[in-house]
Structure formats: structure tokens, C-alpha cells
Design a binder for this molecule. Structure first.
Ligand code: PEP
Ligand code: MG
Length: 844
């Protein structure tokens, strides 16, 4: 039998109030009632009833008002399922009419009675009768306000409290169902059919004799989460006046600057502090309390979860768990993994103003300000002067690495989330926005023109917000990073839950140190070609790629060998015995070729060749589709001496690290494989080098050889490949590129439009495409494990740091993810969430 739903319920300890039927505010008020807090009598009206009221139903408001006894004054406030979805503003003092006014004049005095009545008439006129707000603004005498109402409506102000309440409920119900309100809340994540409940509450008078007033109080700083009493209180006020008003505002706690509530009304203040403690321990949350003091007595009208920054969320959750108020598991689940990135970087202070001049893809989080520079040379010059700068480029190239190191943030016109600038910036922890195609860059003239026609010059101050993908005018207020004890505690609790391991993609000693700082379990991808992006090294790398003859190439490789060996020794030292997975060279040729005249001239000088010859060679090497060209293992198959040099450097470094007391078993990884024979060829030559190094040195060492699964064919043939490999690592950047036939470098141009039109639900370079690329991954894992059950499987594309993709990998049985060092904590928390959800799902 269907339960007969009452149209309204008085909120008592046992009333059948639920969030799903009456909204979050109603439920929270019931909790406060159960805690014996001094909540004025309250009635809740269900979503269903409010919906009917909007459609014309007339609720028995006289019966509702009778709950409160004789001639009450009440307020009405919204109660949606999630308080963040908003709702119509509160309406106070319903029930005021000429009779009630006359009585109040006798008990409270003329002024108080006038103010209470005037406030109601003004709000009713503007929000219920929808009259022109200008007519009812300000502090006009009561009689004038009543006259204005009559003039505008040709009717006297309604005197019947039941009718007044009916009109208020109807107008709120209709406002909720209006298109604008619906769109606004949908933008905040509300479903299209989200319901509205309404709360009718007996008024506590903040206006009247003795100390009376209203305010809000919270017990933590919403930006840092540290304990601190903040809020406002205003004598002789109602509702949320204290938040808007100036006159009569008191400090809450004792303050040398002026009078405080604590001094003025000590008992009520102490009760408030107690109420805060009760809310914290019993509601298991930091709450903001809305209160009214009526003639010295405290009334708690409402309590809502304190709005908070990510860093405050972490501190609050960890402190609650440390005190045993919530479990560690709940603390973990309360933090969105992505929110951690806010703690690892500076942030634009959310309280400041933003003047945006460009918008692109949020490629690397954090924020930084500096003077605009349009070349890497200018960035370096700026750093030499100790001046912060923001490097703006059409797109970045290997030459820009130094500029990126020197810059405080990077903005590019082209590119997507896996473009050169994005990948490097994430590795460096540098705020970065890419694909800001709404600006025009005229580097040569030293100007940047915005979509709305503003011209910015080199040297102008700007701010890059890599978290939102925005570039802002000027230098804005920042919040510093907050990698503190709470952050570490949260991560150690996440680690205790098990699940996949988290390694870092780290190419340089700096990356490796960052990886360790954030608790990585090892290096899952060292892109060796990235070790050659800088200065003289870039030239030697280019000489290698550029060499026409094997003898020239070997000469260049002889120069590279000691550099590589030293690099690996340093990485092994820093990682102190944790696993290090080194990928053999995978240089997309276009990333290593100079493009402009000065680059070509510099290269000609370095190689001691005429410019014409260099240009010819560049032309000979140039490819139509460099991303699908002579990359990865293809280079290793055609020029085996390159990988041989790298293998030798790795083995010699292993021996050297061993001599220095670090036992290392390096993992060597072959990129961009599509055929088993490629693996055989490289494996043979790497094994041969191992034997040669052993014979030359007499030293014993072990190593593992693995394969990157980055082409659809490698995923499909993972069974064959696994029989030659100790581990497989899914390079989901290339796998996505090749599965979609979508260039990593060019997709940024239309990705925004594609996502906006729902062609792709998300940028697949960002969030793993579970249906397509994900299926290839599942096939690959299954076939590899069937062929070789102990094969270790990981993913090391950008998706390794993406929470949604991580949950998928955890379910797919992947052993570890590898992501940029700054995303290691995010991945760790996302894994904990996946483990907990699975455990809860299994328990349910
Ligand atoms: C990949 O393709 O996913 C990968 C990790 O390699 P890279 O980004 O260097 O091509
Ligand atoms: Mg790749």
C-alpha cells in the first residue's frame, strides 16, 4: 500500500524527514533538534507538495500556521537536496499585519514594530508581488511602504497570515521551476527534475529589547582549515543582515579593535561555542551556524557545511579522523583526488578579481604571475635578472626547454594535453595553459592580441592559472602550496589500503627528487630523449639523429654514452634501490629538428657544415606524419648502435651504482612496438651488450626487458609480445592517438568544439576512452596474462594520473600506474577510492 504522504511535518526528533523528500536543510535541522540545540519550532514541506503548489495547489496554510500556536511570525527558507544548488532567498516576518504591529508597538516599542513590519512588506512586494524594487528600497517610513504597495497593486497589503504564507510558498515554488533557476542549478550538477522543499520556521527576533541580533559563526578558517572563529554578528538585525551590513557589526571574539559578542553576551557566545563542538562531533563535520539572539537568548536557525578550499578540506578531514570523529577511510573518501593538486601548487586566491584575456586547455596545474616574454632567450634573460616571467609561444619545441626552466608559467596558442609544452610543464610542475587559440601572437612585433582586441606587450604583467586554463591580466593574489602534515597523513592512509602501486614519469634528477618527495614507488617511465633537451646535449642528440653515415653516428654516440651513464647513475642514486624503468630513445624527429633560420644556423655551426647541407638533410629527414614516422623502436631497428649505446650506459651505470652501494635491477623498455620481431631484434642486441659489459668488467648484474604497448596492433598481439617481455607498459598517449587516428599535436585545435558538441564525452587524451582504448587495454592485459601469467603490467601515459582512468586500471588488474611526479599523490588517492568503493560495493 502506498504511504499517504502528509503535506508538511513539524520537524521533531522522530518525524519522517528525509533528504530525498524534504531536502538537506530540513534533514539538518532535524539533526540539530535531535542534538537538543535551541532550534525554533520548524515545519518542513516536501518536494512533492512544493511541486504541486507550483502547479496551483493551495496548501492548508491556516492548519500549518496552527502548528505554531496563536498568531505566530514565521520565516520561509528553501531546502533543496544539495544546499549548493541554491534556491529562492529567505522571507522573514510572515504574519505581520496591522493587528500584530499594534501589539508589538505595546510590547517592543514603535521602532521595533515598524522595522519588523516594514521588512516583511518590502520583501513581499519585491519577491512575491514582483513589484519594482526601486519603489521599496531603503528606510522609508512604514506608512509610505504600505502606501506604495497599495498604489502599485490597487489593493491594501494582505492582512491574513494564511494568505500571506500561501502567496510566499507559491512564489518560491514557481521561482524554483523557472527556466533560469533550473539552468543555474543544472550548471552546478543538479538533475533536471531536482525538487525543492520549504522550511517554515518560527521567527526568533533579532530586533528588540536587551541584546538582540543575528549572525553566522564558523570554527575553522575556510581557506586553510585551521581552527579559527570567524563570522559576523550584528546587533538589532535579522536573517543574514550581518553579512551585508556595516553598522552595528560586532567582532565575535574579544578584539582590541572594538566591541565583541563575547563581551556583550557571554552566555550566548559560550552556548554557540558549545553548539559548534556538538555539531562537529555529532554531525561529523565543520558547520557554519546561523543564529539569532533574542533578548540575550540564543536560537540556532540553521547549520550548513562550511564552504571550503581544497586545502581546508584536507585539513578538516584529517583532523576529524585523527580525533576519531570519522574513520580514516571516510577522510579519504571525502577528498576528491584532483583537489590535491591545489595543495601542491600556488593557487589564484579565489577571493580576488579575475580579468581573463585568454582561455585554453588547463595543461598543468598551479598559478604564477610574471612579465610576458615571447622567446626562450627572453625568458632566460628575465630569469638572469631575477624577474618572474610567463613564456608565451605558438607551441614549444626542444629549444624552449631552457626557456621553460627559466619561466614561471607557460602559455601556448596551439597544442593539447599531451603536446610538448603540456608534458614538459607537468614534469616541471610549471603552471601551463595550451591551445589558447583565442589569442593572436605576433612574437616578432612583441605583441599579443586578445580576442576582445586588447594588445599586450612583452613585459606586461600577467598571471597563468593552469588549474582553470585561463590567462589573467596583471599580478593577482596567490595562496602558497600546502604540502603539510595533513597532506602526508592522508597519503599514508591511502597507501595502507593497498591497490596498484604508483610510479612517476621522471626524466631528470629534479623529477626523480620530486617523485620521491611525493612518495612514488619508483620510476615507471624515464623518457631518455628528454635527457637531451638542454643546450649542448641537444646538439649532440641532433648530431646523432642527423648523421648520414654510421661512423658519424657512432662518433656522436660516443659523446652521448658518458652523459647517459652519468644520468642513470644519478637517477639510481636518488631512487635508492626503488625500481627505475628506462625507455630507450623515442624521439619524434620533428621535436628535435631546428625550424627557424637561427636554429639551422646554430646547428650548422655546431656540426661544422654549410647551411645548405644542413637544410638538405633536414628536408631529407622531414616526415609528413612525424608522430607516425621514424620513432621509437623503428629508429632502434634501423640504427641498432643507438640502443646499444643506451644499453651499455644503463649496464655500466648499474655496475657503478652497485659499487656505490645501491643494488639496482634496471628495467629497460622498448617504445612504439607493433610487431614481435621488433622486440626480438632489440632484445638480442641488448642481451649481447649485457654479455659484452659483463665480459669486459667481470661484474654481475641483472636487468628486465619490457615493451611499451602503444599501437593497437601491440595490444592485439600482446600475447606474443609478452612471451618475450618481463613487463608491458601501456603508453596510452600514443595508443589513444592511434586508436582514434587523432594527432596528439593537432587535436587541441578542435577538441574543445568536439567535446562541446558531445562528439567525445571528454578529451580522450585526458580521460581514458574506456569503450575503445580501454577495450584494447583489456584485450592486451588478458592476452598477455594468458601467455605469461607473471608479466607485470602498467600504464604510463598521461591517463596514469587521471582518477577516472585509474579506477578502470585498478579493475583491469594493472599492477601499477606511472604519472608525472606532481600527480603521484592524486593517483594514490584515486587508487584508495577505487579500493574502498570496490570493498563497499562487495559488502553491499
Ligand atoms: C605514451 O605514448 O603514452 C607514452 C607514455 O609515451 P610518449 O608520451 O613519450 O609518447
Ligand atoms: Mg608514446
Amino acid at each position: 500500500m502506498l504511504r499517504e504522504m502528509a503535506e508538511f511535518h513539524e520537524i521533531t526528533q522522530t518525524a519522517p524527514i528525509t533528504v530525498a523528500e524534504h531536502g538537506g536543510r530540513a534533514k539538518c535541522l532535524q539533526r540539530l533538534v535531535r542534538l537538543d540545540l535551541p532550534v525554533p519550532q520548524t515545519v518542513a514541506i516536501s518536494f512533492d507538495t512544493v511541486h504541486q503548489i507550483a502547479a496551483g495547489h493551495r496548501l492548508d496554510t491556516d492548519a500549518l500556521l496552527a502548528v505554531f500556536g496563536e498568531a505566530p511570525l514565521v520565516s520561509v527558507r528553501p531546502s533543496s537536496e544539495d544546499p549548493d544548488w541554491g534556491g529562492p532567498g529567505a522571507i522573514l516576518n510572515i504574519g505581520m499585519n496591522d493587528d500584530r504591529h499594534a501589539e508589538l508597538v505595546k510590547t517592543q516599542g514603535q521602532d521595533v514594530a515598524d522595522r519588523l513590519y516594514r521588512r516583511f512588506v518590502q520583501t513581499f512586494a519585491i519577491h512575491v508581488a514582483r513589484l519594482d524594487p526601486d519603489m521599496f528600497d531603503g528606510q522609508k517610513p512604514l506608512a509610505e511602504v504600505l502606501d506604495a504597495y497599495e498604489d502599485e497593486t490597487d489593493e491594501a497589503f494582505p492582512q491574513d497570515p494564511g494568505y500571506q504564507l500561501h502567496m510566499v510558498l507559491r512564489s518560491m515554488a514557481r521561482a524554483w521551476e523557472g527556466t533560469t533557476a533550473r539552468l543555474l542549478r543544472q550548471a552546478k550538477g543538479a538533475p533536471a527534475d531536482a525538487g525543492l522543499g520549504l522550511i517554515v520556521q518560527r521567527m526568533a527576533f533579532g530586533i528588540g529589547a536587551e541584546e538582540s541580533g543575528s549572525g553566522v559563526i564558523q570554527f575553522v578558517d575556510p581557506t586553510t582549515g585551521l581552527p579559527q572563529i570567524t563570522g559576523r554578528y550584528m546587533s538589532q538585525s535579522q536573517g543574514r543582515d550581518a553579512l551585508a551590513g556595516d553598522g552595528g557589526v560586532l567582532y565575535l571574539t574579544r578584539d582590541p579593535r572594538g566591541p565583541s559578542l563575547e563581551e556583550q553576551c557571554d552566555t550566548a557566545f559560550k552556548e554557540l561555542i558549545e553548539a559548534g563542538k556538538v555539531c562537529r562531533t555529532k554531525l561529523r563535520e565543520e558547520m557554519q551556524i546561523e543564529f539569532t539572539i533574542e533578548a540575550g537568548h540564543l536560537h540556532i536557525l540553521d547549520a550548513v557545511r562550511v564552504q571550503r578550499s581544497s586545502r581546508a578540506s584536507v585539513r578538516i578531514a584529517v583532523e576529524l579522523a585523527r580525533e576519531g570523529v570519522i574513520s580514516k577511510e571516510e577522510a579519504l573518501l571525502r577528498i576528491e583526488p584532483r583537489a590535491l593538486s591545489e595543495l601542491m601548487h600556488s593557487q589564484v586566491d579565489p577571493r580576488g578579481k579575475r580579468d581573463r584575456f585568454a582561455r585554453g586547455i588547463a595543461a598543468s596545474p598551479g598559478a604564477a604571475s610574471g612579465k610576458l616574454v615571447f622567446s626562450s632567450a627572453a625568458a632566460q634573460a628575465s630569469a638572469a635578472r631575477d624577474e618572474a616571467c610567463v613564456l608565451v609561444r605558438q607551441e614549444t619545441q626542444p629549444e624552449d626547454i631552457r626557456g621553460m626552466h627559466a619561466a614561471n608559467a607557460v602559455l601556448t596558442v596551439r597544442g593539447g594535453v599531451t603536446s610538448h609544452a603540456a608534458v614538459i610543464a607537468r614534469g616541471l610542475g610549471l603552471p601551463c595553459v595550451v591551445g589558447a587559440s583565442d589569442i593572436t601572437l605576433r612574437s616578432r612585433d612583441g605583441v599579443l592580441v586578445t580576442a576582445d582586441g586588447r594588445t599586450l606587450n612583452e613585459g606586461d604583467l600577467v598571471t597563468i592559472d593552469g588549474g582553470t586554463g585561463e590567462a589573467l591580466m596583471g599580478e593577482v593574489e596567490m595562496l602558497p602550496p600546502a604540502v603539510d602534515d595533513c597532506f602526508s597523513a592522508l597519503l599514508s592512509w591511502a597507501e595502507e589500503l593497498g591497490g596498484m602501486k604508483v610510479r612517476a614519469n621522471a626524466d631528470t634528477p629534479d623529477d626523480a627528487r620530486t617523485a620521491r618527495r611525493f612518495g612514488a614507488d619508483g620510476i615507471g617511465l624515464c623518457r631518455t630523449e628528454h635527457m637531451f633537451f638542454e643546450g649542448d646535449r641537444l646538439t649532440v642528440m641532433r648530431e646523432t639523429i642527423f648523421a648520414d653515415e654510421e661512423t658519424d653516428r657512432r662518433a656522436a654516440l660516443d659523446q652521448l654514452l658518458p652523459m647517459q651513464r652519468e644520468d642513470f647513475v644519478r637517477l639510481f642514486q636518488i631512487m635508492e634501490g626503488l625500481p627505475v624503468c628506462i625507455r630507450l630513445f623515442d624521439p619524434p624527429l620533428h621535436e628535435f629538428m631546428p625550424r627557424d633560420r637561427s636554429g639551422i644556423r646554430a646547428m650548422a655551426e655546431a656540426l661544422d657544415l654549410p647551411i645548405s647541407q644542413v637544410t638538405r638533410r633536414i628536408e631529407a629527414l622531414s616526415e609528413f606524419n612525424p608522430m607516425l614516422g621514424m620513432r621509437g623502436v623503428r629508429l632502434g631497428v634501423l640504427f641498432p648502435e643507438i640502443y646499444e649505446m643506451q644499453a651499455r650506459a644503463i649496464f655500466e651505470a648499474t655496475i657503478e651504482a652497485g659499487e656505490r652501494g645501491r643494488l639496482v635491477e634496471p628495467e629497460i623498455m622498448i617504445p612504439l612496438v607493433s610487431a614481435m620481431r621488433e622486440v626480438e631484434l632489440v632484445k638480442n642486441s641488448v642481451d649481447a651488450i649485457a654479455v659484452a659489459v659483463h665480459n669486459q668488467t667481470g661484474a654481475e648484474f641483472k636487468y628486465k626487458l619490457g615493451v611499451m604497448v602503444e599501437t593497437p596492433r601491440a595490444a592485439l598481439r600482446a600475447g606474443d609480445i609478452a612471451s618475450h617481455a618481463a613487463f608491458l607498459s601501456f603508453g596510452t598517449n600514443d595508443l589513444t592517438q592511434m586508436t582514434y587516428g587523432l594527432s596528439r599535436d593537432d587535436a587541441g585545435r578542435f577538441m574543445g568544439a568536439y567535446v562541446q558538441q558531445g562528439v567525445y564525452p571528454e578529451d580522450p587524451f585526458h580521460t581514458l576512452d574506456l569503450d575503445g582504448v580501454g577495450e584494447l587495454l583489456l584485450i592486451g592485459v588478458q592476452r598477455a596474462r594468458e601467455a605469461q601469467k607473471d608479466v607485470v603490467i602498467s600504464i604510463c601515459g598521461e591517463h596514469g594520473g587521471n582518477p577516472e582512468s585509474i579506477a578502470f586500471c585498478q579493475d583491469a588488474g594493472v599492477d601499477y600506474v606511472s604519472c608525472s611526479p606532481f600527480r603521484v599523490p592524486i593517483a594514490r588517492l584515486a587508487i584508495a577510492h577505487a579500493v574502498l568503493r570496490k570493498a563497499h560495493g562487495a559488502a553491499a
